[in-house]
Write a protein that binds this ligand. Structure first.
Ligand code: KIV
Length: 270
Protein backbone atom coordinates (compact mmCIF):
# COMPACT_ATOMS: atom_id res chain seq x y z
CA UNK A 1 0.00 0.00 0.00
CA UNK A 2 1.45 3.40 -0.93
CA UNK A 3 1.32 6.28 1.52
CA UNK A 4 -1.44 8.04 -0.39
CA UNK A 5 -3.75 5.12 0.47
CA UNK A 6 -3.29 5.15 4.23
CA UNK A 7 -4.35 7.55 6.92
CA UNK A 8 -1.75 9.69 8.62
CA UNK A 9 -0.39 8.03 11.74
CA UNK A 10 -1.06 10.06 14.89
CA UNK A 11 -0.23 9.65 18.55
CA UNK A 12 -3.81 8.60 19.22
CA UNK A 13 -3.49 5.90 16.56
CA UNK A 14 -0.32 4.63 18.30
CA UNK A 15 -2.18 4.53 21.63
CA UNK A 16 -5.01 2.63 19.94
CA UNK A 17 -2.46 0.17 18.50
CA UNK A 18 -1.04 -0.43 21.98
CA UNK A 19 -4.53 -0.97 23.39
CA UNK A 20 -5.36 -3.45 20.63
CA UNK A 21 -2.02 -5.27 20.82
CA UNK A 22 -1.02 -4.19 17.28
CA UNK A 23 2.73 -3.79 17.01
CA UNK A 24 4.19 -0.44 15.93
CA UNK A 25 6.90 -0.45 13.23
CA UNK A 26 9.47 2.32 13.43
CA UNK A 27 12.67 2.81 11.41
CA UNK A 28 15.18 5.61 11.06
CA UNK A 29 15.58 7.70 7.89
CA UNK A 30 17.71 10.70 7.09
CA UNK A 31 16.69 11.84 3.61
CA UNK A 32 13.65 12.31 1.39
CA UNK A 33 14.18 9.24 -0.81
CA UNK A 34 14.31 6.81 2.10
CA UNK A 35 11.55 8.72 3.86
CA UNK A 36 9.35 7.90 0.86
CA UNK A 37 10.42 4.22 0.77
CA UNK A 38 9.61 3.77 4.47
CA UNK A 39 6.31 5.61 4.17
CA UNK A 40 5.26 3.50 1.17
CA UNK A 41 6.20 0.32 3.09
CA UNK A 42 3.77 1.24 5.86
CA UNK A 43 6.26 2.19 8.57
CA UNK A 44 4.23 3.82 11.36
CA UNK A 45 6.90 6.08 12.82
CA UNK A 46 9.95 7.44 10.99
CA UNK A 47 12.71 8.49 13.37
CA UNK A 48 15.24 11.05 12.20
CA UNK A 49 17.75 9.75 14.71
CA UNK A 50 20.97 11.40 15.77
CA UNK A 51 22.43 8.04 14.71
CA UNK A 52 22.92 10.06 11.51
CA UNK A 53 26.15 11.21 13.12
CA UNK A 54 27.45 7.67 12.75
CA UNK A 55 25.75 6.25 9.63
CA UNK A 56 25.67 9.44 7.52
CA UNK A 57 28.51 11.59 8.86
CA UNK A 58 30.92 8.81 9.80
CA UNK A 59 31.57 9.82 13.41
CA UNK A 60 32.22 7.19 16.08
CA UNK A 61 29.45 8.52 18.32
CA UNK A 62 26.32 10.70 18.11
CA UNK A 63 27.91 13.43 20.26
CA UNK A 64 29.08 15.72 17.39
CA UNK A 65 25.58 16.00 15.87
CA UNK A 66 24.18 19.54 15.98
CA UNK A 67 20.74 21.13 15.89
CA UNK A 68 21.53 22.36 12.35
CA UNK A 69 22.16 18.75 11.28
CA UNK A 70 18.89 17.57 12.81
CA UNK A 71 16.86 20.36 11.20
CA UNK A 72 18.48 19.72 7.80
CA UNK A 73 17.84 15.96 7.78
CA UNK A 74 14.38 16.32 9.28
CA UNK A 75 13.37 18.76 6.53
CA UNK A 76 14.58 16.29 3.92
CA UNK A 77 12.72 13.31 5.40
CA UNK A 78 9.56 15.39 5.86
CA UNK A 79 9.56 16.10 2.11
CA UNK A 80 9.51 12.36 1.28
CA UNK A 81 7.05 11.34 3.95
CA UNK A 82 3.28 11.69 3.86
CA UNK A 83 1.60 9.41 6.36
CA UNK A 84 4.14 8.14 8.91
CA UNK A 85 4.51 10.02 12.19
CA UNK A 86 7.76 11.97 12.03
CA UNK A 87 9.84 11.78 15.21
CA UNK A 88 13.12 13.71 15.47
CA UNK A 89 15.97 13.47 17.98
CA UNK A 90 17.07 16.36 20.15
CA UNK A 91 20.87 16.06 19.73
CA UNK A 92 23.53 16.14 22.46
CA UNK A 93 23.08 19.15 24.76
CA UNK A 94 20.01 20.45 22.96
CA UNK A 95 18.19 20.49 26.32
CA UNK A 96 20.64 21.89 28.92
CA UNK A 97 17.86 24.14 30.30
CA UNK A 98 14.10 24.27 29.93
CA UNK A 99 14.37 27.47 27.88
CA UNK A 100 16.81 25.99 25.37
CA UNK A 101 14.82 22.75 25.18
CA UNK A 102 11.73 24.79 24.26
CA UNK A 103 13.62 26.78 21.61
CA UNK A 104 15.19 23.67 20.09
CA UNK A 105 12.01 21.56 20.14
CA UNK A 106 10.20 24.45 18.47
CA UNK A 107 12.87 24.56 15.75
CA UNK A 108 12.53 20.83 15.09
CA UNK A 109 8.77 21.23 14.74
CA UNK A 110 8.58 24.54 12.85
CA UNK A 111 11.65 24.20 10.62
CA UNK A 112 12.15 20.45 10.55
CA UNK A 113 8.53 19.27 10.37
CA UNK A 114 8.85 17.05 13.47
CA UNK A 115 5.60 15.79 14.97
CA UNK A 116 7.31 14.30 18.04
CA UNK A 117 10.68 15.20 19.56
CA UNK A 118 12.75 12.51 21.26
CA UNK A 119 15.20 13.18 24.05
CA UNK A 120 17.56 10.95 25.96
CA UNK A 121 17.64 10.77 29.73
CA UNK A 122 15.43 10.61 32.78
CA UNK A 123 16.14 12.39 36.12
CA UNK A 124 16.98 15.91 35.04
CA UNK A 125 14.84 15.49 31.92
CA UNK A 126 11.62 15.19 33.94
CA UNK A 127 11.30 18.93 34.22
CA UNK A 128 12.04 19.35 30.51
CA UNK A 129 9.44 16.73 29.55
CA UNK A 130 6.92 18.43 31.85
CA UNK A 131 7.49 21.84 30.27
CA UNK A 132 7.44 20.53 26.68
CA UNK A 133 4.24 18.60 27.40
CA UNK A 134 2.63 21.66 29.05
CA UNK A 135 3.11 23.46 25.73
CA UNK A 136 1.63 20.61 23.69
CA UNK A 137 4.95 19.53 22.23
CA UNK A 138 4.75 15.74 21.76
CA UNK A 139 7.68 14.01 23.45
CA UNK A 140 9.30 10.59 23.39
CA UNK A 141 11.65 9.87 26.32
CA UNK A 142 14.59 7.55 25.52
CA UNK A 143 15.60 5.26 28.41
CA UNK A 144 18.07 2.41 28.82
CA UNK A 145 21.23 2.82 26.79
CA UNK A 146 21.59 6.50 25.97
CA UNK A 147 24.23 6.82 23.24
CA UNK A 148 24.75 10.55 23.92
CA UNK A 149 26.20 9.50 27.32
CA UNK A 150 28.65 7.00 25.81
CA UNK A 151 31.74 8.80 27.14
CA UNK A 152 30.24 8.92 30.64
CA UNK A 153 29.11 5.28 30.74
CA UNK A 154 32.22 4.03 28.95
CA UNK A 155 30.67 2.08 26.06
CA UNK A 156 27.51 0.72 24.51
CA UNK A 157 26.22 -1.66 27.18
CA UNK A 158 22.93 -3.26 28.19
CA UNK A 159 21.31 -1.15 30.93
CA UNK A 160 19.11 -2.17 33.88
CA UNK A 161 20.60 -5.59 34.51
CA UNK A 162 20.91 -5.36 38.31
CA UNK A 163 17.82 -5.01 40.48
CA UNK A 164 18.54 -1.42 41.62
CA UNK A 165 19.08 -0.21 38.05
CA UNK A 166 15.99 -2.10 36.89
CA UNK A 167 13.84 -0.51 39.59
CA UNK A 168 15.24 2.95 38.81
CA UNK A 169 14.37 2.50 35.12
CA UNK A 170 10.84 1.33 35.91
CA UNK A 171 10.35 4.31 38.25
CA UNK A 172 11.72 6.69 35.59
CA UNK A 173 9.34 5.29 32.99
CA UNK A 174 6.36 5.87 35.28
CA UNK A 175 7.58 9.35 36.22
CA UNK A 176 8.11 10.31 32.56
CA UNK A 177 4.61 9.14 31.69
CA UNK A 178 3.23 11.20 34.59
CA UNK A 179 5.29 14.19 33.39
CA UNK A 180 3.52 14.00 30.03
CA UNK A 181 5.75 11.88 27.78
CA UNK A 182 3.67 10.54 24.87
CA UNK A 183 6.02 7.69 23.98
CA UNK A 184 8.90 5.87 25.62
CA UNK A 185 11.84 4.29 23.82
CA UNK A 186 13.90 1.56 25.51
CA UNK A 187 17.34 0.78 24.10
CA UNK A 188 19.37 -2.28 25.14
CA UNK A 189 17.23 -3.27 28.09
CA UNK A 190 16.81 -6.89 29.28
CA UNK A 191 13.70 -8.45 27.77
CA UNK A 192 12.00 -9.11 31.15
CA UNK A 193 12.45 -5.51 32.32
CA UNK A 194 11.25 -4.09 28.99
CA UNK A 195 8.17 -6.33 29.26
CA UNK A 196 7.48 -5.06 32.79
CA UNK A 197 7.87 -1.41 31.76
CA UNK A 198 5.65 -1.85 28.68
CA UNK A 199 2.90 -3.27 30.88
CA UNK A 200 3.35 -0.67 33.63
CA UNK A 201 2.75 2.41 31.46
CA UNK A 202 -0.19 3.26 29.25
CA UNK A 203 1.84 5.16 26.63
CA UNK A 204 3.31 3.12 23.74
CA UNK A 205 6.83 1.77 24.34
CA UNK A 206 9.13 1.34 21.33
CA UNK A 207 12.06 -1.04 21.85
CA UNK A 208 15.46 -1.53 20.27
CA UNK A 209 17.32 -4.50 21.71
CA UNK A 210 14.56 -4.71 24.33
CA UNK A 211 12.61 -7.83 23.35
CA UNK A 212 9.39 -8.62 21.58
CA UNK A 213 6.95 -7.49 24.26
CA UNK A 214 7.45 -3.77 23.72
CA UNK A 215 4.55 -2.14 21.88
CA UNK A 216 6.75 -1.48 18.85
CA UNK A 217 10.24 -1.85 17.44
CA UNK A 218 12.78 0.52 15.95
CA UNK A 219 16.03 -0.21 14.11
CA UNK A 220 18.61 1.89 12.30
CA UNK A 221 17.89 1.82 8.54
CA UNK A 222 21.53 1.29 7.51
CA UNK A 223 21.76 -1.75 9.82
CA UNK A 224 18.75 -3.48 8.25
CA UNK A 225 20.07 -2.72 4.76
CA UNK A 226 23.47 -4.22 5.58
CA UNK A 227 25.44 -1.06 4.76
CA UNK A 228 26.62 -0.08 8.25
CA UNK A 229 30.41 -0.03 8.43
CA UNK A 230 31.99 -2.12 11.19
CA UNK A 231 30.20 -4.11 13.85
CA UNK A 232 26.40 -4.28 13.62
CA UNK A 233 24.62 -4.50 16.98
CA UNK A 234 23.39 -7.95 18.09
CA UNK A 235 19.81 -6.66 18.25
CA UNK A 236 19.69 -5.70 14.57
CA UNK A 237 18.91 -7.86 11.54
CA UNK A 238 19.93 -7.58 7.89
CA UNK A 239 16.67 -7.61 5.92
CA UNK A 240 18.46 -7.37 2.56
CA UNK A 241 19.32 -11.05 2.91
CA UNK A 242 16.56 -12.79 1.00
CA UNK A 243 15.07 -9.55 -0.35
CA UNK A 244 15.22 -8.42 -3.96
CA UNK A 245 15.01 -4.71 -3.29
CA UNK A 246 15.30 -2.14 -0.54
CA UNK A 247 11.52 -1.64 -0.64
CA UNK A 248 11.02 -5.37 -0.09
CA UNK A 249 13.54 -5.46 2.77
CA UNK A 250 11.74 -2.59 4.54
CA UNK A 251 8.39 -4.28 3.84
CA UNK A 252 9.68 -7.55 5.33
CA UNK A 253 10.80 -5.69 8.46
CA UNK A 254 7.34 -4.13 8.84
CA UNK A 255 5.66 -7.53 8.33
CA UNK A 256 7.88 -9.24 10.92
CA UNK A 257 7.38 -6.47 13.49
CA UNK A 258 3.59 -6.57 13.01
CA UNK A 259 3.59 -10.36 13.42
CA UNK A 260 5.90 -10.18 16.47
CA UNK A 261 8.28 -12.40 14.49
CA UNK A 262 10.98 -9.77 15.04
CA UNK A 263 12.77 -9.65 17.37
CA UNK A 264 13.44 -13.22 18.34
CA UNK A 265 15.74 -14.37 21.15
CA UNK A 266 18.87 -13.89 19.05
CA UNK A 267 18.08 -10.17 18.92
CA UNK A 268 17.44 -9.38 22.58
CA UNK A 269 19.20 -9.48 25.94
CA UNK A 270 18.44 -11.41 29.13
O1 KIV B 1 19.44 7.89 16.93
C1 KIV B 1 18.78 6.88 16.72
O2 KIV B 1 18.68 6.35 15.62
C2 KIV B 1 18.08 6.30 17.86
C3 KIV B 1 17.68 4.86 17.72
C4 KIV B 1 18.86 4.00 17.87
C5 KIV B 1 16.60 4.51 18.66
O3 KIV B 1 17.90 6.92 18.87
Amino acid sequence: MTAEHRRAVTLSRLREMKAQGEKIACLTAYDASFGRVLDDAGVDVILVGDSLGMVIQGHNTTVPVTMEDMVYHSQAVAKGNEAALLMVDMPFMACPTVDLALVNATRLMQEGGAQVVKLEGSGVQLEIVTELARRSIPVCAHLGLQPQSVHKIGGYRVQGRDSDAAKAMLDSAKALEAAGADLLLLECVPEALATEISKAVSVPVIGIGAGVNCDGQVLVLHDILGVTAGKVPKFSKNYMLGSESIAQAVGNYVTEVRAAAFPDEQHWFR
